[in-house]
Design a binder for this molecule. Structure first.
Ligand code: C2E
Ligand code: MG
Ligand code: MG
Length: 661
């Protein structure tokens, strides 16, 4: 080796790049130290490197196979003459690290480009230097619009300066911040995002960038707030539900207590809603409920709460009412409005009604539960009083409600155990003074309480449907008793039986009556059925039909309690009737009240022109009887003759006093 050769050798051994010379067959004829380190194959001399070689001097990246795995090298080769033979010299640079960095950079870039999370990189002066496509998608700003600006352009204005100061303090102290932040899109819309900010430091530990990654959580928040909403609202009408009502009521009571104001709770129940729901189906029923909700909202002031308790029950909480009368005004407005016809999307026009029960604070209860319960009791009373009206709660109504439940349970048992009785109230022919018949009145012989009058249980029986059994039993018992009296040879009697509206409209009432008559043998002509005006008016055309069927059987028909309902004589013409019973309340004030006397006179006269017999109820004294006599009234019933009597006593009365007046 010449001196030049050996210094050349020395030079080659100090450079970090590898230098290899291969002969024409590819065998290594020279390798420096670095080459042996790069290839990791020990002494390279004489080995076959199997690297593709170019005849021209070129740069190329090739895979470098190393013992410990695959790395990267950059090769540059050139033909040389080595020991007088043609050969190639190859410069080898290990670029594995650079290559791997490049790959991971590309992967990172792909992630950044494709992620759904928004990304924003700022420099230390907080100028935006980089964003990703998701940033544009979320905020609406393109790269050109934000590069060089600060994130201030995204501020929603929802957070105060302290919020941002705290955030930056956290970032600088811990290198990290994460939280919910409201920002503003380019279109002005504010939205919540979940954001995390990290600092990026250089190798010397100095902050060089801030990277923030964020997710638009408005959809999640919307779902969450919808869930919150639904927890406190009715999904159909979107009105507050019972839960929200109770909490508003609680606060309302506290406020009213503090300010000395009134608070009113109106409980509304729709009349006939069930009919519409049943005949048109639930979709129409739902639509109707939404229309009702809309109408109710018209009556709402900002501070009031309208709520749907479920079904067709709504409540209105009126706060800060001047007096109890205010609630009555709102209630009657609501009843009027809800009774207007509704046009449904199926083209049908329907009408419903509404009843309202009212409880007032202070006065009716001090807790939300009490107020609700008392409005409910008042509503029940409103419905008894004929629907389409409102009723206030009072303490007596609660007691009535409690009794109602108690009576219902006991009455059911009483029917089964045969505790019902029929009492007979004599009917006297005024002209002859003779008892010509009796009204059958039901009594309940309770083993503990004794005799219970119908006023205490007829309403309850009507509401619960028990009335059907009661009326059927009274009808059968009366006909059987009448037949026994006939068999015993008593003078012929007309026996009158009361029919409740419920029973009257049952549909098969004429079948029932015919059956009872044929079973008992009691003549149809001696049976009179008493109906009230309201029963007849409930379903006018149907009523006429049923009355005609009953007439066909041969029974007599009477209108009971005349004067307490519609009291339209013209209307009465429509119905085939035989007897009109003037209600006791008009007789009570005879002869003290001129007005009532004139009404009685007019009723008698007009009934006669309609060819109806007239019976006066509740005659208690001779003066009343004398007056009725002058009017030509046909019959009377009343304590003047007798109280209602059990069958045996009535029979005795008949025998003792063949002629009473
Ligand atoms: P109503 O059909 O009008 O019966 C007349 C009521 O007035 C009876 O009361 C009778 O005892 C009472 N009364 C008659 N004359 C006088 C009088 O001079 N002075 C006073 N103070 N009262 C008199 P009652 O028996 O308590 O019946 C009340 C109501 O209960 C009846 O009124 C009727 O609507 C109903 N009711 C009675 N029995 C039955 C029944 O079997 N079925 C049905 N559905 N209702 C019945
Ligand atoms: Mg009656
Ligand atoms: Mg009556």
């Amino acid at each position: 080796m010449t001196e030049t050769e050996s210094s050349f050798e020395l030079i080659l051994s100090t450079i970090t790049d590898g230098v290899v010379v291969v002969d024409q067959l590819g065998k290594v004829v020279y390798a420096n130290r670095s080459a042996e380190l790069i290839f990791e194959r020990g002494a390279l001399l004489g080995k076959d490197l199997a690297v593709p070689l170019h005849p021209d001097a070129t740069f190329q990246d090739i895979n470098l196979i190393r013992r410990s795995g695959i790395g990267w090298a950059e090769l540059r080769s050139a033909p040389v003459t080595w020991n007088n033979k043609p050969a190639y010299v190859i410069g080898v640079r290990d670029i594995t690290e650079r290559k791997e960095n490049e790959i991971s950079m590309r992967q990172a870039a792909a992630v950044i480009e494709s992620t759904r999370e928004g990304l924003m990189v700022t420099d230390t002066d907080k100028f935006i230097v980089r964003i990703n496509p998701a940033f544009t998608e979320i905020t609406g700003y393109t790269e050109a619009e934000v590069i060089g600006k600060t994130p201030q352009i995204l501020r929603s204005g929802r957070h105060d300066a302290k919020f941002y100061a705290d955030m930056w303090e956290n970032i600088l102290n811990t290198g990290h911040w994460q939280g919910e932040i409201w920002n503003r899109r380019k279109n002005g819309e504010t939205y919540p995002e979940l954001m995390s900010i990290d600092v990026v430091k250089d190798s010397a530990g100095r902050i060089c960038n801030y990277v923030s990654v964020f997710t638009d959580i408005s959809k999640i928040i919307n779902t969450q707030s919808e869930l919150d909403f639904l927890a406190h609202h009715d999904p159909l009408t979107r009105l507050p539900n019972r839960l929200l009502l109770m909490s508003r009521l609680q606060h309302g009571i506290q406020r009213a207590q503090r300010d000395g104001k009134y608070l009113a709770l109106l409980m509304i129940d729709l009349d006939r809603f069930k009919d519409i729901n049943d005949s048109f189906g639930h979709v129409v029923g739902d639509e109707l409920l939404q229309l009702v909700a809309g109408k109710l909202l018209v009556h709402l002031r900002e501070i009031d709460t309208i709520c749907r308790l479920g079904g067709d029950e709504f409540t209105v909480l009126l706060e800060d009412v001047a007096g109890t009368e205010d609630a009555a005004h709102v209630a009657s407005d609501i009843i009027r409005d809800l009774s207007e016809p509704y046009c449904l999307s199926n083209g049908a026009e329907v009408r419903i009604g509404a009843s309202v029960g009212i409880s007032i604070f202070p006065g009716h209860g001090t807790t939300p539960e009490q107020m609700l319960q008392q409005a409910d009791s008042a509503l029940y009373q409103a419905k008894i009083e004929g629907r389409g009206c409102f009723t206030y709660f009072s303490e007596s109504l609660t007691l009535a409600a409690r009794e109602r439940i108690d009576i219902e349970v006991r009455l059911r048992r009483a029917i089964q155990q045969g505790e019902l009785r029929v009492y007979y109230h004599p009917q006297v022919e005024i002209g002859s003074g003779r008892i010509t018949g009796a009204e059958a009145l039901v009594r309940w012989q309770d083993p503990v309480e004794g005799l219970i009058l119908p006023a205490r249980f007829i309403h309850i029986a009507e509401v619960t449907g028990l009335i059907g059994e009661v009326d059927d039993w009274v009808l059968r018992e009366t006909c059987e008793q009448g037949q026994r009296w006939r068999a015993a040879g008593l003078p012929p009697l007309t026996l009158a039986v009361n029919l409740s509206a419920y029973q009257f409209l049952q549909g098969d009432i004429s079948d029932t009556v015919a059956q009872v008559l044929s079973d008992s043998g009691f003549p149809a002509a001696n049976l009179e059925l008493e109906l009230t005006e309201s029963a007849l008016m409930k379903r006018e055309t149907e009523s006429i039909q049923i009355l005609n069927q009953l007439r066909g059987i041969g029974v007599r028909l009477a209108i009971d309690d005349f004067g307490t309902g519609y009291s339209s004589l013209a209307y009465l013409k429509l119905f085939p009737l035989d007897v009109l019973k003037i209600d006791k309340r008009f007789i009570d004030d005879v002869p003290a009240h001129r007005d009532d006397m004139e009404i009685v006179a007019a009723i008698v006269a007009m009934a006669h022109t309609l060819r109806l017999k007239v019976l006066a109820e509740g005659v208690e004294n001779e003066l009343q009887l004398t007056y009725l006599k002058t009017l030509g009234c046909d019959q009377f019933q009343g304590y003047l003759c007798s109280q209602p009597l059990p069958a045996a006593e009535f029979e005795k009365l008949l025998k003792d006093r063949a002629r009473v007046y």
